[in-house]
Design a protein around this ligand. Sequence first.
Ligand SMILES: [Zn+2]
Length: 299
Amino acid sequence: MIDAHVHTWTRNMIAESDLEARRIAAERAGVEPRLDSPIGALEAAMDDSGVERAVILPIDSGLNQDMPLSLIEKTDWHADEVSEKSKLITFVGLDPRRGEEGLRELERAITKKGCSGWKIYPPNGFYPDSDEFYPFYQLCVDLEVPVVVHTGFTSRFKHVKYAKPVYMDKVAADFPALKIVLAHVGTPWHEEAIMVASKNPNVSVDVSGWQHFAASATSRVYEMIAEAKLWKVFPNRMIFGSDYPLFEHAMPLKRWVHFFSNLRLPERLIAEGYRQVTDEEIEAVMWKNAARLYFGERE
Ligand SMILES: [Zn+2]
């Protein structure tokens, strides 16, 4: 089992406004805010859930928030944290508006610090298909690493208008060799995310955050899977993930793994003409696709 979307941090390395956004989100959910996500807690949750490997996806909010660490310090923090851990890999989180300096850091992170790919977070204030960011995508092609893009719902002080999945379509078409993953299946724009993935064979989606629906409105998960299967995005371009620890209050990792590992579409959808999912297809989502895309394994 691979969890392809997790986060680690400590409260002294993120901005005060991010901490505040976490407090607001926690209050809404009626739980205690998660101000830290130590690696030890992640490893314990993985062991408890049967998750053998995980992919850490740091976010660079340094251009619009007062960050305690520089970009390089933050890359190094994540890279050093996983360097002795065979079960964990990390991406580099980097805002492409950083220009030349950002390009150099992307290359350093991948080639010198062992980062496995590039994570971008458009709700920080940019449309990801701007031509000025094309050198970043070209560098990912050259270095043969994937890019994971946040799409969909975001926190209180970020801007959701930048997070529509359709803004990755031009990039996907212009860089056919670039592997792109739309995080969260674009929640709530999953039909748009599935459409973008369906027309571009280099685009996948990760299901992190969907435990929110699995816990309270299960039919939405089934309908999303059925739709993704219809468009041939499921099973080979859908990837299991959790967004750990951000949805632990909705559904702990262990229950989310159990839910997805045993997923079957309800009879209602089969009666409507959707095709049932198989064990082999679920296995592809639970680890095979991520093993290929993030860990470079051939089948
Ligand atoms: Zn995330």
